[in-house]
Design a protein around this ligand. Structure first.
Ligand code: MG
Length: 380
């Protein structure tokens, strides 16, 4: 296309006009591991977002557990959680004039490495892979997009921009005190926490694991409820639950924008490098952080450790471990590409990675075939 240069100039001009100087502008990207020509009408981070969206691993999020497995059609899956994170992250990013394309790419990527059965699945895999590299969903997201996804003839993985890979690597290793993630990556981390605090509260009430009255034991939720009643008068349980979730999101987003967000804007940082050198952190205020901690302790005890959730968790973990040992004893049950991968990374690791990529449903069917019943050929 003869107008490539013109289109690139349009992306650059658009970003110069809309984004703050401290945002990660497409013009400043360090490129990709495997060099590729610029796309005629998409900027680099738009292209990353599209590559993630079109990956098999992303589509599988629709049948992966967030917290609750198959209870009804209401609660979040890993996919709807991801879309909520992308939406809230873009809202914060737009208010702070950050790069929304990069934010969206990072949000769509952030949970792509989750195995079936949520954190229960992750813990079971970490246990069976002890001594074989362990398992973390944040790290596995990188393995997926750099090695396992095969979508392009010229390179393995998705060949994402280095800024995207580096941001996901910072999620995977939070131990580096010198790390100063890009603001766009920090926004996604914040949005993740805002999102799950709100939707886990919503799902838990809807699934009747906790009552609205019990929520009032959490000071933040009691305060927000009082405020809603002041504004609307007494509310029936259903509208109250919904209003409370909206309020919980708005409360957290407003806090970030009014606190750290305002500080960022006032800082007049001339470039993303300057903001990074200053190790600027976008974080909730101390008050909100303490309030969120109280809410998260409540969610942990009343919801994540609820006996019904724990029963599903224990059963799922047992199944996943059994399936793993069946694959390790019978490598011919693995699809060809994972048998081949086992030659490089070891059989245990390859079997664990194969399981990690599965949806809840596929994992259940594999269990029924290979552990409970008559083996059949592995599906792709
Ligand atoms: Mg998440």
């Amino acid at each position: 296309m003869s107008n490539i240069k013109t289109m690139q100039m349009i992306t650059d001009e658009r970003e110069r006009a809309l984004l703050a100087p401290y945002a990660m502008h497409s013009a400043n990207t360090r490129g990709r591991r495997h060099a590729e020509a610029a796309h005629p009408y998409r900027g680099p981070f738009q292209r990353d977002r599209d590559r993630i969206l079109h990956s098999a691993a992303f589509r599988r999020l629709s049948d992966k557990t967030q917290v609750f497995t198959d209870w009804n059609d209401y609660h979040r899956t890993r996919l709807t959680h991801t879309m909520e994170v992308a939406s809230i992250a873009r809202t914060i990013g737009r208010a702070l004039r950050l790069n929304e394309d990069l934010i969206e790419a990072l949000a769509l990527l952030h949970d792509i490495g989750h195995p079936p059965l949520g954190h229960a699945g992750e813990d079971a895999l970490a246990e069976v892979l002890r001594g074989h590299g362990g398992f973390s969903h944040n790290q596995f997201a990188l393995t997926l997009v750099e090695e396992l996804e095969q979508r392009y003839p010229s390179f393995p993985g998705l060949n994402l921009s280095l800024e995207v890979l580096e941001s996901q690597a910072a999620r995977a290793d939070k131990s580096n005190p010198n790390a100063a993630p890009l603001l766009e990556a920090q926004v996604v981390d914040l949005a993740d926490s805002i999102t799950y605090d709100a939707h886990d509260t919503d799902d838990a009430v809807k699934l009747e694991l906790v009552s609205l009255e019990e929520l009032h034991r959490v000071p933040l939720l009691a305060e927000l409820t009082e405020e809603l009643i002041r504004r609307h008068g007494p509310l029936e349980p259903k509208p109250l639950r919904k209003a409370l979730v909206h309020q919980l999101i708005d409360y957290q987003v407003s806090d970030v924008l009014a606190g750290a967000g305002a500080e960022l804007i006032a800082g007049n940082f001339p470039s993303f490098d300057a903001v990074r050198a200053a190790r600027f952190r976008l974080a909730p205020s101390a008050v909100v952080l303490a309030r969120k901690r109280e809410l998260e302790i409540f969610l942990y005890n009343a919801v994540y450790r609820h006996e019904q959730v724990m029963a599903v968790r224990d059963e799922g973990q047992g199944r996943l471990k059994e399936l793993f040992s069946v694959y390790v004893k019978n490598p011919d049950y693995l699809p060809e590409e994972f048998r081949h991968r086992a030659e490089g990374v070891g059989l245990e690791r390859a079997a664990g990675e194969y399981i990690a990529g599965m949806t809840d449903g596929f994992c259940g069917r594999q269990y029924e075939s290979y552990v409970r019943g008559k083996p059949r050929s592995p599906a792709n």
